[in-house]
Ligand binder design. Structure first.
Ligand code: G3P
Ligand code: CA
Length: 267
């Protein structure tokens, strides 16, 4: 019997380490970037937000409670929203202990520090603009940092960078400001609406839980914003069976906390 993977047309899906190799190191820290590199994974996903003083930091939740010690360090600052803290305040926080004592002292990275680590590892970046409705104009801020750090040169734009968001307007803003950058929309628009998304995005990136082979095929029938086949990267698939399932649908990328498991299953 033919396996779902060998039945696929084309190449194996890319394996993308979700918030870094976040099953093994605290999510969205440089340790998680390095862990992905140790596992031989060259794509990492992160989440970018903006501080009170306009700096960009890498963190998933819009508040600091779950993954830092902000409640202990700043007991009077409820509800500990990222946007209400300066970058210097966030830099004081421990972003590792919640995951395990051996990770104590890990910090919330700045976007600049994160880019440096990814670059040093020769990795590639799927950058998520998290909760863009909280941070008006963050697209411009992100593009400014990316440009300053050399991430908008031809080599990076062609091969090493994708910017995605759940906010369609945010993805559109990136596309309008830097039409050369590859973009992704997080979600699963109705098939009838896909052509309008394809005008400003190159990827449609839905949760795996409702994904079907038919939906992937519908996306693949279209060309994305750069005239190439519209792609699908799905999240968050953390086991071999799930990886084989979505690989069988023909997805282009799998976003996973366990990138070694997924790579071994579909690579
Ligand atoms: O990259 C896809 C995935 O990260 C979207 O969900 O909540 O983990 O940011 P979330
Ligand atoms: Ca994310």
């Amino acid at each position: 019997q033919t396996s779902p993977v060998s039945a696929r047309q084309g190449t194996d899906p890319l394996v993308i380490a979700h918030r870094g190799a976040s099953a093994y190191a605290p999510e969205n820290t440089l340790a998680a970037v390095d862990k992905a590199e140790e596992l031989g994974i060259d794509w990492v996903e992160n989440d970018v937000q903006r501080t009170k003083d306009g700096q960009l930091v890498v963190l998933h939740d819009t508040d600091l409670k779950r993954t830092t010690d902000a409640e202990q360090v700043f007991p009077d600052r409820a509800p500990w929203n990222v946007k209400d803290f300066t970058a210097a305040e966030i830099a004081r926080l421990d972003a590792g202990s919640w995951f395990g004592a051996e990770w104590a002292g890990a910090r919330v990275p700045t976007l600049k520090g994160y880019l440096d680590a990814v670059e040093d590892n020769r990795q590639k970046l799927l950058l998520e603009i998290k909760a863009p409705e909280l941070y008006p104009g963050i697209e411009k801020d992100i593009l400014r940092v990316l440009r300053a750090e050399g991430w908008l040169d031809r080599a990076h734009v062609r091969n090493k960078l994708v910017i995605q968001s759940f906010g369609a307007d945010s993805v559109k803003a990136v596309h309008e400001q830097r039409p050369d950058v590859t973009t992704g929309f997080l979600g699963a628009p109705a098939v009838a609406d896909l052509p309008s998304y394809a005008k400003f995005t190159d990827q449609i990136n839905p949760t795996h839980s409702t994904l079907t082979a038919e939906y992937v095929a519908a996306v693949h029938r279209l060309k994305g914003a750069h005239g190439k086949r519209l792609q699908v990267s799905t999240w968050t698939v953390n086991d071999a069976a799930g990886a084989l399932r979505v690989a069988g649908f023909g997805v282009d990328g799998i976003i996973t906390n366990n990138p070694d498991v997924v790579r071994d299953a579909v690579g």
